[in-house]
Design a protein around this ligand. Structure first.
Ligand code: HEM
Length: 169
């Protein structure tokens, strides 16, 4: 597990207990990342298919909206909580590990963006696709914003994953 706090051998809570707690939290952390964030990597495709086939636009928007609110955001909370739990269990000195500080900052930024901005845009897309009145220019603008927002969120998740695994600094 690299040279970061993964090598938690001495100066910590009693070895075997730490190991057991840490491993449980790590398991839940990675599971939440796979299940919660994995599907978001398909959102670009789903969005494009919805835009290309007008009859499927509403369904595409609803899938993205529902998966974001019911899976990605709740499981992102689990990622954060289990991350903090690992820091607690292994008594990791947070500010000693640049990769951990940077990934937490990136994570909080993307969580905020997803919860406050992207979700609202996709919610509006659901409304418009359900027949809610829209100005002619609103739909393409909204799709463009959602497309760039999605790229940012996926890139951010990929960078965080890199930092978690390679712990470069
Ligand atoms: C997109 C979000 C995240 C993803 C995909 C992710 C993924 C991972 C993965 C795959 C590991 C296993 C690395 C290894 O065993 O070498 C890991 C470990 C870890 N993560 Fe995260 N993580 C995320 C966010 C966070 C956040 C926000 C925190 C801090 C609050 C955090 C704290 C930790 C800690 C402390 C470890 C244990 C590192 C070690 O000592 O080996 N993670 N993460």
């Amino acid at each position: 597990m690299g040279g970061g706090p993964g090598n938690r051998s001495s100066g910590l809570r009693s070895g075997a207990t730490v190991r057991r707690y840490f491993d449980v939290f790590l398991y839940l952390h990675v599971l939440a990342a796979i299940v919660g964030l994995g599907p978001t990597f398909a959102f670009g495709w789903i969005g494009r298919m919805g835009a290309e086939h007008p009859g499927q636009g509403l369904f595409a928007a609803r899938i993205v909206h529902t998966l974001t609110r019911k899976m990605a955001l709740p499981l992102a909370t689990v990622i954060l909580v289990t991350g903090v739990a690992m820091i607690w269990a292994a008594e990791i000195d947070f500010f000693e590990h640049g990769w951990l500080v940077l990934s937490t900052v990136l994570f909080v930024m993307s969580y905020g963006y997803s919860a406050l901005v992207q979700s609202r845009h996709v919610g509006r897309l659901v409304e418009i696709s359900s027949g809610g009145g829209a100005q002619p220019s609103e739909l393409p603008t909204l799709r463009r914003k959602i497309g760039w927002g999605g790229r940012y969120l996926r890139l951010s998740a990929a960078v965080i994953l890199y930092l978690m695994i390679f712990k470069p600094f």
